[in-house]
Every structure is written in structure tokens, then in C-alpha cells.
Design a protein around this ligand. Structure first.
Ligand code: ADP
Ligand code: MG
Length: 699
């Protein structure tokens, strides 16, 4: 049976096939249900009547009760306009029309009292409103019109009469025939506990509230439900995985003992020890591990990953370590191969630039089980790559890999599910982690290795450039090395390159050869060329490394003490924080200099001052979430996973916590949602399952 909500939108009175097509295309509305869930993003409060005198530049809209005093045609050609002067007893203002002039001048009457609504403009402190809404004032205004919903639309929709008003007209047709079909979706004990209104009422009032209070309660109720079901989805997925997927059981770890005793060059931090215990406990259960390892840049995740791999090797399994770029993969290889050689473990690297002849041997060694650890890029997930017994996948900086790519890695062992350890240095705010990685267990390294000095960060403007260069020169004369970064914006790689070359010229002027040597690395170079330049810097043959991207400076150069970031205002907090983490790895005091243009927006100023204020990755992540919103944080590619229509992970953190708590209670008492008392919830899940993606496959 097709439900009322699945009815195609073209069958709604006033829509038809042509408008339906544009609703499909522009706002993804296909059915009655979709339109009902096209919630307004705000409401215009028409209960208040302002005065001309009290209107100010801060207001986005005003509603005035006024009379027209005079009308006048002004200007020529494109600037031709109708100007009506109005008064309301507190002052005078102007209404301006560039369009429909003939019609308006015929109908607008002098002396009649109007209700005027629109966006206030000020020119030399006199108020005007362009293209206002105007209607004759009547003392008993329709109460239903007092809070008008404002809907997202598109230019095309507007041209077909589907502006916000047009949508609200459709809604006024749809809601009355739909309300009786809306069932409640939350148990009474929950609605009572949180004082939530009925779903039906909530839907009605989110579109057409009569008071601000009604609107608030509708929003609260819908947000709660949305967060509740998103958490339910995530937490059930996690419990299914935990009970069903088998992983290799890690038990004795003799290699590991050898490594600890004879080869580990430093004492692990307490935080590293703690996460290793958590991971070991996980892999000891016989179930597949799915764990997120979070730790700030420089917190020592790589060695943790290596130790985890050793645990698996004792079980005769193989491991892979996947990095987002070739340079990072190579760095992992160089860093870890030293240990692997000492332990007699065969380790290899596979990237896009591995030669054909080498590749053949390499793949054979992997398939017959000789190679125990393989490091690489996304080349690892390609079909020809087969393992004898893949036991653990470590994924470094996972946000660079799509969900589907990760799923493909898993499928490389047909007998048993490889354990998965996802490492990230992008600190993720708690709420986002709960939603986005809610199905993973989380381990956090919240401590840096001892002896690191906190990096000093400053914000400098273009006008202070000479002083900055002076400082850099001093550092170089002390024997340190410098990064200068023009971070990459993908859409405008050409422009970045231009910036980089201009910067290079300026640097050569101030840091002349042969006294100073500069390496330049950017995305257009061939891997071998990059490698050559990197090596020169690593070997201290050059003192300055000029680069375009975050990735290219993924190397570990403890002698580098200054990170200068150009155009810092153009980039995200998380990215800036990552870049900064490239210095401060040695014993010397390190510095991060954020260069911006002389003029920056308020948001940018706030962003940069956050970095100046704190080195704490989690604090930075919270600020980032507030500034940018969750979609941008995760990257558009994956933001669909969050799937939220109305809740906002930045603003609704407390509500999310409550919803999650209720979901946990529910699952504790009824893990499979089969009790009679939870029938409403079960129905709702079934209706989701009918038309959504297969969540169990998304890792
Ligand atoms: P990230 O977490 O950013 O990946 P790395 O794993 O690259 O950090 O580690 C950064 C540096 O710190 C490396 O040079 C590594 O050898 C070193 N390191 C890791 N753990 C410790 C420790 N417990 N004590 C001292 N140095 C450590
Ligand atoms: Mg790392």
C-alpha cells in the first residue's frame, strides 16, 4: 500500500508536472512527505508594528503602519523609479519601485492607511524601502498570517511562482489533508519526560505557528525526534557490528615484547599506553574492532599504529597502513622500516608511482603472505591488491578517504573482518564525533610527548611583513629552518601557484642566494621533483621551504622552528592548526605566524585569534564547529551521512546528549526493538528502512 506521504508531489492541487519537475530538481521534493519536511528556515514576525523613528540599520525587516503623502516618478531608462513618500506620525520615509510602476501608481492611494513590510535601507540617515509588500491596513488582521514561514527556494522556482509565499500556499493546501495521517513517533514516557508536543501539532506549528512560543516548541520537538533517530541508527549499527563481525583474536605478543625491550627509542606517554590497552582489549575479544584514534598533531599516533600492527603479526596476519598522499606514505615507510628491519618483518610500500615491474613482485609477496606490513596510498584498495590474511587496516587522516573506499578495504579478507583503526589529527568536537563516528569506539591521545615547548602563535598583517622577514632571518642565523605555506584551495590551484611564485620572488629579494637557500614544493611537481626538494630541506641544504599544501609539509623536520602561513584568513581553523603542528617537534622554541591581508572580516579575525589564544585541538574544533557548521567540517562528500533537516550539531549539543541518553536507555532494555511498548519506534524504523541507504555498509 502506498502511503499518503509517498504520493507524488505533482498530484498536489496547484502543482502539476511542470512545477513538480522543478521541485524535484531544485529542492529535492518528490512526494507529499518531502514537501511537509521542507521546513521553513525562519519566520517573519508580523505581530509587531514598528515606527519610522525607531527603525535602524540593524533591522533586517520592518513593518510600518503609514499613509502615503505623495508620489513621484523619477529617473530615466534603467533608473526609472516610482517613489512614494510615507509618514506614520513619527517621521517620514520613502517607498521605491523599479518594476510594475504603472500598476502601482494607479492603485496606491494617497491618504489611505497601509501596512508596509520590507527591508529598510538608509541613505544619509533617511529611511527607504525598495519593493515593499503593501496592503490596506485592517485592525483585525488574520491571526494565521502573523508568523509567516520563509522557505528556501531557487531563482527558477521564483520565476514559476514558487517563491517562499508560493510554497507556503502549497503547504496550506497540503497540511489540512495530511495531518490526520501523521502518527506519533516517540514513546509516551519520552514525550512526557521532555514535555514534547504531539508530532502532528509540531508539523502544523513549524509551518504556521500563531505565536513564537508555539514555534519554539515545534522546533524543539522535531529536533529531538531527529536526533533521537539519528542516534538510534548509529548505535544500532554499532551493536550489530559488535555482535556479528568476527575479527582475529590477538593473544600472545612476543614480537611486541622484543620491540619494547630492545628497539623502542623512547618511553611511551601515558596517553599512548592507555589507548594501546583499549585497542588490545578490543582485539582480544574475537570481534572486529572499529576504532577511531584521535590525537593532536605530534601526539605520536604512528608508533601506536605500528605497535597495533605488531600485535597482529604474532597471529600470522598482515596489516596495511593507508595514508592520504604519497609523501606521507613514504614518510611512514622511512620511519617504520627501521624498526621492521630490526624485527625481521618484511615491509613494503605501494603507491601510484610504484613501477610496474616492482608492483608485480610486490603484489605476489602480499598474496603469498611474505610481506607483513604494507604502507601505501589509495592504490592499496585497488582490485589487484590481494592479501593472504589481512588482519588490520590502519587509516591515517581518514577524512581524505571516501566511505566507499574504506568499505572496499574491509572486503579484502573473505574469512574474517579486518580490524579497523582510523587515525585522525583533526580534533572533532564531541557532538560531531557522536554523530559522525558514533558507530566507532573512540580512543584519545590527549598528551604530547614530554619536553615539547608550546608553540607561540601570532597574527600579523601584510603591512608588518618586513618585521616578520627580519624575525625569520634571525631564526635562520640561529640555525633553524622555516616553512612558508600558501595553503591549497582546490578550486583555484592556478591562483595559489601565482601567489606562491610572487611570494618566491619576494623571498629571494629578502633572502638572497647564496647565503640563503630556498626549496619550493607544490602540487604541479612530479613526485620525484617533490621528493628531491623535500630531501634538500630535510638534509638542511635549504633553510626555507616554500610550499602550497598541507600535505607537502607532512614531513617531520624537528629543526624547523617557524611556520609562516600566508593568506591565513582564507583557510579553516582545523587546517591552520594542522599546519602549525608541523613545527614544535624539536627542543627549540617554535613559532607560528599567521599572515593576513590588512583588512579581515569579523569571522576571520575571530578564527585567527582562536589560534593565537590556544594550542588545544579540542577547543579549536569547537570554535571551528561554531564558525563553519558541521557540513564543512566533515567535508561535503560525507556530510550526507549526518542527514539532519532541522537539528544543528553546533547549537543543539545539549539536546543531542539527551537524545543519545534516551536511545541508550531504550537499547539497554530492548536491544532489538521488539517489545510491544516500543511499537511506535519500530514502525518509524521500518519506514526509514524502506527508503534509505544500507547503513550497515557504511563505515
Ligand atoms: P602524529 O600523531 O601527528 O602522527 P607522529 O606519530 O608523527 O605524530 O609523532 C611525532 C613525533 O613524535 C615523531 O617524531 C615520533 O617519533 C615522536 N614520538 C612519538 N611518541 C613519542 C614519545 N612517547 N616520546 C617521544 N617522542 C615520541
Ligand atoms: Mg601522523
Amino acid at each position: 500500500m502506498i502511503s499518503h506521504f509517498d504520493t507524488k508531489i505533482e498530484f498536489l492541487k496547484g502543482v502539476g508536472p511542470i512545477k513538480a519537475a522543478i521541485l524535484n530538481k531544485d529542492i529535492g521534493v518528490f512526494t507529499f512527505g518531502d514537501l511537509i519536511q521542507h521546513y521553513p528556515f525562519r519566520h517573519e514576525d508580523r505581530t509587531i508594528i514598528h515606527t519610522i523613528a525607531a527603525t535602524n540599520e540593524e533591522m533586517t525587516f520592518v513593518q510600518l503602519k503609514c499613509k502615503v503623502v505623495s508620489m513621484q516618478l523619477m529617473g530615466e531608462g534603467g533608473k526609472k523609479r516610482l517613489v512614494a513618500t510615507i509618514k506614520d506620525g513619527t517621521g517620514i520615509a520613502e517607498l521605491i519601485w523599479f518594476q510594475s510602476i504603472a500598476w502601482i501608481s494607479k492603485n496606491l492611494q494617497i491618504g489611505v492607511e497601509y501596512l508596509v513590510y520590507g527591508r529598510p535601507n538608509f541613505f544619509r540617515s533617511s529611511l527607504s524601502i525598495t519593493h515593499p509588500e503593501v496592503e490596506i491596513f485592517s485592525p483585525n488582521l488574520d491571526a494565521n498570517k502573523m508568523f509567516q514561514p520563509v522557505y528556501h527556494t531557487s531563482e527558477k522556482m521564483k520565476n514559476m511562482g514558487l517563491d517562499s509565499k508560493g510554497i507556503s500556499k502549497l503547504m496550506a493546501v497540503l497540511l489540512p489533508i495530511s495531518l490526520s495521517h501523521i502518527n506519533d513517533t516517540l514513546n509516551v514516557n519520552i514525550t512526557n519526560k521532555y514535555n514534547l508536543i504531539e508530532k502532528k501539532k509540531a508539523i502544523e506549528n513549524i509551518h504556521f505557528p500563531k505565536t513564537a512560543f508555539e514555534l519554539d516548541r515545534a522546533i524543539y520537538r522535531l529536533k529531538f525526534e531527529e536526533l533521537f533517530y539519528s542516534q538510534l541508527k548509529i548505535l544500532r549499527l554499532r551493536s550489530v557490528r559488535k555482535s556479528e563481525n568476527r575479527g582475529i583474536v590477538v593473544k600472545n605478543v612476543p614480537i611486541l615484547n622484543d620491540f619494547y625491550k630492545n628497539h623502542l627509542p623512547f618511553e611511551l606517554t601515558n596517553a599512548q599506553k592507555k589507548v594501546l590497552k583499549e585497542i588490545y582489549a578490543d582485539m582480544n575479544t574475537g570481534k572486529q574492532m572499529n576504532r577511531l584514534l584521535q590525537g593532536d598533531v605530534g601526539s605520536g599516533k604512528t608508533i601506536v599504529a605500528f605497535i597495533c600492527m605488531l600485535m597482529l603479526l604474532d597471529q600470522n596476519a598482515q596489516c596495511c597502513l593507508m595514508a592520504p598522499t604519497e609523501i606521507l606514505a613514504e614518510q611512514h615507510l622511512t620511519g617504520l622500516k627501521v624498526f621492521a628491519d630490526k624485527l625481521n618483518i618484511k615491509m613494503a610500500i605501494l603507491t601510484g608511482s610504484t613501477k610496474k615491474s616492482e608492483r608485480k613482485i610486490l603484489l605476489a609477496d602480499l598474496e603469498n603472505g611474505d610481506t607483513k606490513i604494507i604502507v601505501g596510498t589509495h592504490a592499496l584498495i585497488e582490485d589487484p591488491v590481494k592479501f593472504k590474511n589481512l588482519g588490520l587496516c590502519v587509516i591515517d587522516e581518514q577524512h581524505k578517504f571516501g566511505v566507499a573506499q574504506r568499505a572496499k578495504l574491509w572486503s579484502k579478507n573473505q574469512n574474517i573482518s579486518p580490524h579497523v583503526l582510523v587515525m585522525t589529527a583533526t580534533p572533532i568536537p564531541r557532538t560531531l564525533a557522536m554523530s559522525f563516528y558514533g558507530d566507532l569506539d573512540v580512543s584519545i591521545i590527549d598528551e604530547l610527548p614530554a619536553g615539547r615547548k608550546p608553540i607561540k602563535t601570532v597574527h600579523r598583517f601584510g603591512s608588518q611583513r618586513l618585521a616578520v622577514y627580519g624575525f625569520i632571518k634571525q631564526e635562520i642565523l640561529l640555525g633553524r629552518q622555516i616553512y612558508i605555506v600558501y595553503p591549497l584551495i582546490e578550486e583555484s590551484e592556478k591562483m595559489d601557484l601565482q601567489d606562491l611564485y610572487n611570494g618566491y620572488d619576494a623571498i629571494l629579494d629578502h633572502f638572497p642566494m647564496p647565503e640563503f637557500q630556498v626549496s619550493v614544493v607544490h602540487g604541479r611537481l612530479k613526485p620525484a621533483e617533490k621528493e628531491f626538494e623535500m630531501q634538500r630541506f630535510i638534509k638542511k641544504e635549504t633553510q626555507i621551504m616554500l610550499a602550497t599544501t598541507v600535505i607537502e609539509v607532512g614531513v617531520n623536520v624537528p629543526n624547523a622552528s617557524v611556520m609562516l602561513i600566508e593568506n591565513a584568513e582564507r583557510f579553516g581553523l582545523a587546517q591552520l592548526h594542522q599546519l602549525r603542528g608541523r613545527v614544535g617537534r624539536g627542543a627549540e622554541q617554535s613559532y607560528c605566524i599567521l599572515m593576513s591581508g590588512n583588512k579581515v572580516t569579523q569571522d576571520s579575525r575571530e578564527k585567527l585569534s582562536t589560534l593565537v589564544r590556544t594550542n588545544n585541538g579540542f577547543e579549536i574544533a569547537e570554535a571551528d564547529l561554531k564558525l563553519r557548521g558541521p557540513g564543512d567540517l566533515i567535508g561535503t562528500q560525507q556530510s550526507g551521512v549526518l542527514d539532519l533537516l532541522i537539528a544543528d550539531l553546533a547549537k543543539d549539543q545539549e539536546l543531542l546528549r539527551l537524545a543519545r541518553e534516551e536511545v541508550q536507555n531504550l537499547l539497554a532494555s530492548d536491544p532489538n526493538i521488539e517489545k510491544l511498548e516500543n511499537q511506535l519506534i519500530k514502525n518509524q524504523i521500518n519506514s526509514f528502512n524502506k527508503n534509505s541507504v544500507n547503513w550497515a555498509r557504511i563505515s
